[in-house]
Design a protein around this ligand. Structure first.
Ligand code: PXL
Length: 277
C-alpha cells in the first residue's frame, strides 16, 4: 500500500487540515501518516481558538522514523504555524525526499486577498522558500500574491494567471497549480504550469456561488492521493477539482450543513467510485 505523510495542524472542529486529509487519503486506499504541527480547538475563522504548538515534537518523530527506515510515497504539507516549523519541514524534506517520491506543498496562509490570523509578509517570504523545494505547489491567488510580494488582484485575465505561475516556478517548484481561478465568466477551476515542458493546463467547472472553509485542503489531499495512486498529473487535477465541487454542491444542498467546512463525508462514496473506474 502506498503511504503519504501529511504535515499540518489538527483543528479539533472546523473540517480542515488533518480532519480532512486523514479521511480522504484513507478513503483513497492510501496509508495516511501524520505529523500534527499544532492542536487548535477550531480553525482560525472562529473567535478565541486555543493553539497548542507541537513544533518540538517534529524532530523527534522524524528521527525515530529515520531509525526505523520508514519512507513515504509523498510528503504533503498544509497549514504550518511558525518560522521554526518551516525550517523543520524543510529539513524533513531533505531527510525523506528520494528520487521516487514527491513533495506537495500547499502554502496555506490566506484567501480573498487577506492572510489568516497570525501570518505576515515575512512568513509568506519564507513559505515561498519552502515551496522552492516542492515538486508541486498549490497556492490560491492570495497565497501566490503574498509569496511573490505583489498586490492581490480580485480580477485578472489568463495572461496574468500564466505570468504568476511562471514567477512561482522561477522560485524553484517543479510544477505550480493555482487554485480558485475565476477569469472565465461563470467558471472556477485550476491552472497549472510545468516549466520543464513550458506548458499550461487548465481545468474548469461551473461556478457554484458559495464559498466554504477547507476546500483547499480537500483539493490538496485528493490531488496527493490521486498522484500517489498513479493517476497522471492532469487526471489527478480533474479528480481533485471534481471531488471538491461535489463537496461544495453537497454542502449547498444540505440545509443542516455547518458554516465552517464542506460536506466531504457524505461525498466520499463519489470519490471512491471515481478512483475505482
Ligand atoms: O483550511 C486551511 C486551514 C488549516 N488550518 C487552520 C486554519 C485554516 C484556514 O483557516 O485556520 C488552523
Amino acid at each position: 500500500m502506498k503511504r503519504i505523510v501529511t504535515i499540518q495542524d489538527i483543528s479539533c472542529i472546523g473540517k480542515c487540515s488533518l480532519t480532512v486529509a486523514l479521511p480522504i487519503i484513507s478513503a483513497m486506499g492510501v496509508e495516511a501518516a501524520v505529523i500534527p504541527t499544532a492542536v487548535l480547538s477550531t480553525h482560525t475563522a472562529f473567535k478565541g481558538f486555543t493553539f497548542r504548538d507541537l513544533t518540538s515534537d517534529i524532530s523527534p518523530i522524524a528521527e525515530h522514523w529515520k531509525k526505523e527506515h520508514l519512507g513515504f510515497d509523498a510528503i504533503y504539507t498544509g497549514y504550518l504555524g511558525s518560522f521554526e516549523q518551516l525550517e523543520l519541514v524543510s529539513k524533513f524534506f531533505d531527510d525523506f525526499n528520494t528520487d521516487e517520491n514527491m513533495i506537495i506543498v500547499d502554502p496555506v496562509m490566506g484567501d480573498f486577498g487577506k492572510l489568516y490570523p497570525g501570518f505576515t509578509q515575512k512568513f509568506a517570504d519564507k513559505m515561498a522558500e519552502l515551496c522552492g523545494k516542492a515538486d508541486i505547489i498549490v497556492p490560491n491567488m492570495t497565497e501566490a500574491a503574498f509569496m511573490l510580494g505583489i498586490e492581490y488582484k480580485e480580477t485578472y485575465d489568463e495572461e496574468y494567471a500564466k505570468d504568476i505561475l511562471k514567477k512561482l516556478c522561477a522560485k524553484g517548484a517543479k510544477k505550480a497549480v493555482l487554485t480558485g481561478i475565476n477569469y472565465v465568466e461563470g467558471k472556477i477551476g485550476v491552472m497549472c504550469y510545468d516549466p520543464q515542458k513550458d506548458s499550461y493546463y487548465t481545468y474548469f467547472r461551473d461556478r457554484i456561488n458559495a464559498s466554504y472553509h477547507g476546500t483547499g485542503d480537500v483539493f490538496a489531499s485528493t490531488l496527493t492521493g490521486a498522484l500517489v495512486k498513479g493517476y497522471s498529473f492532469e487526471d489527478s487535477l480533474q479528480i481533485a477539482v471534481d471531488y471538491t465541487v461535489e463537496c461544495i454542491r453537497a454542502t449547498c444542498e444540505d440545509k443542516d450543513s455547518r458554516w465552517y467546512g464542506v460536506n466531504f463525508e457524505e461525498t466520499i462514496p463519489y470519490l471512491v467510485q471515481r478512483i475505482s473506474k
